[in-house]
Design a protein. Structure first.
Length: 264
């Protein structure tokens, strides 16, 4: 089915930060990247305005080159910058949303997946094992520290540029329900740890808010309690010391008072 330029621009205007126009044009990797970064942090969505005509032509197979065999794509500084930025972003999200996972596992995996996602945008891709291996080796070198996400992302991006290649041509695209299913799973895997961490934080804040009235009451009553304690210490307040009974009536009265004291 031929893609229409007007429809692509309409989807770009209505849901561009969520990658709706990329889904329409069959660019699922680009759509997923836009979903997870809200349109490339806003700047990428605006940048798409000038590229939509060429993407529509590519989707309609107008002026598209055939199988390029073993040729290597040209080096793109813009793609390299995007790989470093998105890899760093994914690493920070993993450190924030997965604090219970060892940093030497979560950080390089997240960084490598972010770099690989940028590498797969358009008609290019990279060898995922090489990208992940570079990320894990760099993370071991820096002992998985949070501040190491930038050099780890840089190492993975250099590996992705070293092993870049074109995607194979002529493969039948999957059907739209399968594409949406895969995109939904990827978004869920990205958002679930952040949602869990947010719910835990919200529960802690709610518990603190519920404890505030009791703490405020205790604080207001603190001067009264301190004054009473001081008066009792100085002997200015409190009940007089009990005297032992001397008569039968006093004994009965004493036992009654003692019984009431026990009940209290």
């Amino acid at each position: 089915m031929a893609k229409r330029l007007l429809v692509a621009y309409g989807l770009w205007a209505l849901g561009g930060p969520l990658g709706l126009h990329h889904i329409y044009l069959g660019r699922d990797s680009h759509a997923l990247l836009w979903m997870l970064t809200l349109g490339g942090f806003g700047a990428g969505w605006l940048w798409d305005f000038w590229h939509i005509p060429s993407w529509v032509a590519t989707a309609n197979r107008v002026g598209v080159a055939g199988d390029r065999g073993g040729t290597v794509p040209a080096l793109s500084p813009l793609r390299l910058a995007g790989q470093v930025m998105v890899g760093t972003y994914f690493g920070l999200v993993a450190a924030l949303g997965l604090p219970w996972v060892p940093a030497l596992l979560a950080q390089p995996l997240a960084v490598g997946l972010g770099v690989q996602l940028v590498s797969s945008v358009g008609d290019q891709t990279a060898e995922a094992p090489s990208v992940l291996a570079a990320a894990f080796l760099a993370s071991l070198l820096f002992q998985g520290r949070v501040l190491a996400v930038l050099p780890v992302s840089l190492a993975a991006s250099m590996a992705a540029q070293r092993h870049r290649r074109y995607k194979p041509q002529g493969l039948p695209p999957p059907r739209l329900p399968a594409r949406l299913y895969h995109l939904g799973l990827a978004c869920l895997a990205f958002a679930a740890p952040l949602a869990c961490r947010g719910l835990c934080g919200a529960a802690g804040v709610l518990g603190t808010l519920l404890a505030l009235p009791r703490a405020a009451t205790e604080l207001l009553l603190l001067p009264l309690r301190a004054g009473r304690l001081l008066a009792e210490t100085l002997g200015l307040a409190g009940d007089p010391p009990p005297q032992p009974p001397t008569t039968s009536f006093g004994a009965r009265s004493w036992s009654q008072r003692q019984q009431r004291a026990y009940e209290v």
